[in-house]
Ligand binder design. Structure first.
Ligand code: DQA
Length: 152
């Protein structure tokens, strides 16, 4: 017999470069919420859904790869905003493929309504889904979708 705690699915929320600047950074594009606000919302949403949510942010590509690798056998799902690395990083895509952990890609802005170079994301093809353009709500929706997928 498991208790609710041992049964809780573990979700890693990873935010990539410059997302630590949310609140200051181009609020017309990314909104006024800070990263701390978004992480607090993810934690609260996780609690509501019965998920254990851990949130991290880094400005370094290799660190994102290391966190994804370390999640193997530990996390049941990943919510990832690769930020600028979405459009450049084969390495992050390969890390997701390597661990095969269900991953939802989130972007605050609608990357398809912006500059051409943002329209393509290396990560999208290995994500189980992509949410963009819905602001901070995208993280909440990604957690909901993972909870449903994982039967949490
Ligand atoms: C972003 C979109 C990316 O194009 C950009 O480089 C970011 C943030 C978003 O959340 O809208 O840093 O991932």
């Amino acid at each position: 017999m498991h208790n609710a705690e041992t049964m809780a699915k573990r979700i890693l929320v990873i935010n990539g470069p410059n997302l630590n600047m949310l609140g200051i950074r181009e609020p017309q594009t990314y909104g006024t919420q800070t990263l701390a606000d978004i992480e607090a919302m993810c934690k609260a949403e996780g609690k509501r859904l019965g998920l254990t949510v851990e949130c991290r942010q880094t400005n370094r590509e290799g660190e994102i790869c290391e966190w994804i690798q370390a999640a193997y056998g530990k996390a049941h799902g990943i919510v990832l905003n690769p930020a600028g690395y979405s459009h450049t990083s084969v390495a992050i895509r390969d890390a997701i493929s390597a661990v095969a952990i269900p991953t939802i890609e989130v972007h605050l802005s609608n990357i398809h309504a912006r500059e051409e170079f943002r329209h393509f994301s290396y990560v999208s093809a290995v994500a189980i889904g992509v949410i963009c353009g819905l602001g901070a709500a995208g993280y909440r929706l990604a957690l909901e979708a993972l909870a449903e997928r994982l039967g949490a």
